[in-house]
Design a protein around this ligand. Structure first.
Ligand code: PRX
Length: 566
């Protein structure tokens, strides 16, 4: 195996191994005001603190680019806009602990609203803009959201009749009766606001993620998570004061908040926010135009960029790039080699989850990269491979990738479901649901998910959510959904369905069913393949045996079939 040498240049942490031996989280808290006051607010630490510093007040916090639209805000402007948002929410009666949801495309006002929510001590719930009616309703209902900020277009996907707890709706580009006009309320609101001072444990953020059973679960994060966002922004993203940073993830997903908001701004970097559709040209133009130095992206995007060919890359000036990182799915070694050749940069893989809130296993810039390995645990984090009883397994043995509980960005709980939260742990280890191995040097190697959760283009999809929607279609009786390996997307969704009597298999029907999911849930949850079958394999207790369908699909041994119903 080819090892790649550490990244050249000056780094915030020069001896990663030494820091791993000695670091304790309490050391990091000294960098924040609450170390002295005992109270904090992540919005203050990320934005106001810089706006109050004469050396940083006029530095660009945000550069927004969407096609030809460009907007730039300094730290002072972001502070004032978020103060207005805080006052707007307060005027509608929002208070500490309320869930305020954001359903809008990436735009500067998303970030103003996000920090406004945090400043009043409320809990922010960002929704991915591609979610359709059912996905939106499930999340708003489960969280008991009382306020929603959205756009006129996306409001059409919000079925307010089914959401009795949703009291107020604020709409950008408002043309609707019965809702509040965002622009009007913001214009009336003062730019002065004293953030509500909170405790480390106070709730900050809700991100919904998919499991293999049930509807998506609300992963509930506390303000303390910012300690690790700050630390990993400094150590792993290696952010320095003059960096122009770009995280390609949408803030509807955890990468887009932990590292599209907190990591860069807690470290005072200039944060590029790109809207619009992905095309290789558009993305390279962002790097070229804004001279991006640190870039955090995902394997799916990198695979698409590689497939677009070297020529598009070479026709843009990407020389500003200093450090490139990836997250969300296995990073193929070929992509690392390709990037090294075409960008002249290695790609640093990082591993973590919605539940863990921040990076846990990483390729630090000063570590040699072993292509295919996710790297080593960050300072202050102990990871291991354990068996199902919680025993630590020796090197080179496959097992559960687990992390010793106690890192700052760990979720508080699963919203409204403490039992689910408790089920993540064995003997004080957080069990990730991923299978992996560790080698003799302490690098971790990803193997796959141990449950039925599908990772398609870096987005987790729970089979249950798709199956539930499929059987709502008039022609479908039963459905089972699996992930099928795919070169570009990692996995694609394949659905097996049985048809109601009177319906026959046809291309048109399958396409109609696909569109039904696309319009009801979201485009990324729509099955790319649908197969009509005469029955769905189930256990005697009625559980769908997706494992059997997957084995059959991939031509693998069927394994234990003793629980299969007749
Ligand atoms: O299976 C692992 C995969 O993505 C899962 C977490 O997904 P999500 O909660 O949506 O968060 C994604 C962004 C933090 C993990 O359980 N995953 C994440 N990073 C990697 C990965 N698989 C392989 N390599 C990675 N670097």
């Amino acid at each position: 195996m080819k090892m790649l040498a550490p990244l050249a240049g000056k780094h915030n942490v020069t001896d990663f191994e030494a820091l791993r031996q000695t670091f304790e989280w309490s050391q990091m808290e000294r960098d924040f005001s609450w170390f002295h006051t005992g109270k904090l607010n992540a919005a203050y630490e990320a934005i106001d603190r810089h706006a109050e510093n004469p050396a940083k007040a006029d530095q660009l916090a945000l550069i927004f680019q969407d096609g030809q639209t460009e907007e730039k805000w300094t730290f002072t402007q972001l502070k004032e806009r978020s103060n207005q948002a805080a006052n707007m929410l307060k005027s509608l009666g929002a208070a500490k602990g309320d869930r305020v949801f954001l359903f809008m495309p990436r735009c500067p006002d998303f970030y103003a609203s996000f920090f406004g929510i945090l400043k009043i001590g409320a809990v922010a719930g960002p929704l991915f803009e591609a979610f359709m009616e059912q996905a939106v309703e499930d999340r708003l209902k489960d969280s008991g959201a009382s306020i929603l900020i959205t756009t006129a277009e996306l409001l059409q996907r919000v079925n307010r009749d089914n959401l009795p707890e949703l009291k107020e709706v604020i709409v950008l580009e408002c043309e609707t009766d019965g809702v509040h006009d965002y622009t009007e309320l913001m214009d009336q609101a003062s730019t002065e606001f004293e953030p509500v001072w909170l405790d480390k444990e106070d709730g900050m953020l809700l991100h919904y993620t998919s499991g293999s059973t049930g509807k998506p679960k609300g992963v509930y994060h506390a303000h303390r998570a910012m300690i690790q966002h700050y630390a990993t922004g400094k150590w792993i993203l290696d952010l320095q004061e003059d960096d122009v940073y770009w995280c390609t993830a949408d803030p509807g997903w955890v990468t887009g908040t932990s590292y599209g908001i907190f990591g860069p701004w807690l470290n005072g970097a200039t944060n590029v926010i790109a809207g619009g559709r992905f095309t290789p040209e558009a993305w390279y133009k962002i790097i070229e135009k804004h001279k991006v130095t640190v870039w955090y992206t995902a394997p799916t995007a990198l695979r698409k960029l590689a497939a677009a060919g070297d020529e598009v890359a070479h026709s843009h000036d990407l020389s500003s790039l200093r450090h490139v990182l990836s997250v969300g799915e296995p990073l193929n070694p070929e992509i690392i080699y390709w990037a090294e050749e075409v960008y002249g940069k290695r790609i640093h893989d990082t591993w973590w989850m919605t539940e863990t809130g921040a990076m846990l296993i990483v390729n630090h810039p000063t570590l040699s990269i072993k292509p295919g390995a996710m790297g080593k645990p960050i300072p202050g984090v102990e990871a291991a491979i354990i068996d199902d009883a919680g025993n630590v397994l020796p090197a080179h043995t496959s097992g559960n990738l687990a992390v010793k509980a106690g890192w700052p960005s760990m979720m508080k709980t699963i919203w409204g479901n403490q039992e689910k939260f408790d089920s993540y742990f064995i003997n004080g280890w957080y069990v990730s649901g991923d299978s992996a191995k560790m080698d003799e040097e302490g690098y971790f190697w990803f193997e796959g998910r141990l449950d039925d959760v599908i990772n398609t283009s870096g987005k987790l999809v729970g089979p249950f959510e798709v199956e539930s929607k499929l059987i709502e279609h008039y022609a479908v009786t039963e459905a089972a959904v699996i992930g099928k390996p795919d070169e570009e997307r990692g996995e694609i969704i394949k659905a097996f369905i049985t048809l109601d009597k009177g319906h026959k298999d046809s291309m048109e029907l399958r396409e109609e069913i696909r569109q039904f999911i696309k319009k009801g849930l979201s485009a990324h949850a729509a099955p790319r393949e649908i197969e009509i079958v005469t029955s769905i394999p189930k256990t005697r207790s009625g559980k769908i045996m997706r494992r059997l369908l997957r084995a059959k699909e991939l031509g693998l041994p069927l394994g234990d079939t003793s629980t299969l119903e007749e």
